[in-house]
Design a binder for this molecule. Structure first.
Ligand SMILES: [Cu+2]
Length: 327
């Protein structure tokens, strides 16, 4: 039997149950002011296995995330209307003074001997840092940077692998962000949308799924964990009894088991365009509150399709995907 929609999480069910913060979200909101930013030691909350709201839940084996960064961002108002692309949209300060250089590469100085500068928009920088250690279900945490980006060296994505979230439990994948002050007093809240993928089905995709058995996942301590949880079975009493868990058949004949926690990327994406996997409206969102706002505007910023295609490519999503196809 094919499970073509296993990856879709039933939003209506979750809101009906009053679990508006379920799915994969962000642990803490961040509060800044007109004059001061804030460091936030934060994380993604993984609240169920792939496809886990209305039936079987596959254990999450890893996670990728792309943050809105640099000039590959789109700003929207509360209704979703595009306000602009790139930069800080006058909400976050992204303009910096850059020195002028002469033809020989030496800084140009003014009459007082001070460097001559000009303003440049260096793009959005959330100051993302990955955190190591076995503080989530996954042993490996990696930062993803793009050497060809507007500001090379800025972390644009994070990646976790080598472990598994037991499907009846939750986990938090840790990161730090350094959010700057908000310079537009009319903006009360910024919803920072992050494109997150939870991987569940190791090295299985449309090209190879029918071949070979599903590999039993292991947790960060190399312990085997159950393959599958089913909401149709009685509540779990203990793992050894495990009436809840059943094995998967060899190969499942369909796409990877993945949950994609983002809507269709702005501007289109060559890699992330599978309508079975894209959420209708839901994004994993970091909420930033401006405590010194005088207005009540809510704006959002999200990575563009170009950012997805540059950051979450095959090398940055392996071993869960191979190459740039069948993501
Ligand atoms: Cu959910």
């Amino acid at each position: 039997m094919k499970h073509t929609k296993l990856t879709l999480c039933a939003l209506a069910v979750m809101f009906a149950a009053g679990q508006a913060f379920a799915h994969t979200g962000v642990r803490d909101q961040v509060t800044v002011t007109a004059t001061a930013g804030a460091n936030s030691y934060n994380g993604f909350t993984i609240t169920h296995g792939c496809g886990g709201d209305s039936g079987d839940a596959y254990p999450v084996l890893g996670q990728s995330a792309v943050f809105p960064t640099g000039d590959r961002v789109v700003w929207r108002d509360a209704a979703g209307t595009v306000l602009g692309e790139g930069g800080g949209a006058g909400v976050f300060p992204t303009i910096v003074q850059v020195p002028d250089f002469d033809a020989n590469g030496n800084p140009i100085l003014d009459a007082n001997g001070n460097p001559v500068t000009h303003p440049e928009d260096k793009g959005l920088n959330l100051g993302v840092n990955g955190y190591g250690s076995v503080s989530s279900a996954f042993t490996t945490a990696q930062e993803i940077i793009d050497p060809n980006a507007l500001s090379p060296g800025v972390v644009e994505g994070l990646f976790w692998k080598d472990g598994a979230m037991e499907p009846k439990l939750n986990t938090i994948t840790p990161f730090k962000v350094a959010v700057t002050k908000i310079i537009d007093p009319s903006v009360k809240q910024v919803n920072i949308r992050i494109g997150v993928i939870n991987y569940c089905d190791l090295e299985k995709n449309a090209a190879n799924d029918a071949r070979g058995p599903y590999k039993q996942p292991k947790d960060a301590f190399e312990r085997k964990i159950p393959l599958l949880a089913s909401s149709a079975a009685p509540d779990q009493i203990n793992v050894n009894g495990a009436p809840v868990y059943v094995s998967l058949p060899a190969g499942n004949g369909d796409n990877n088991r993945q949950d994609w926690w983002f809507a269709a990327p702005y501007g289109g994406s060559a890699l992330y365009n599978d309508p079975e996997l894209i959420q209708p409206t839901y994004w994993t969102t970091l909420t930033v509150i401006n405590s010194s706002a005088t207005g009540s505007r809510v704006v959002s910023v999200e990575p563009t399709g170009a950012a997805f295609d540059a950051i979450l490519t095959g090398p940055n999503t392996r071993p869960f995907t191979k190459g740039n196809s069948n993501l």
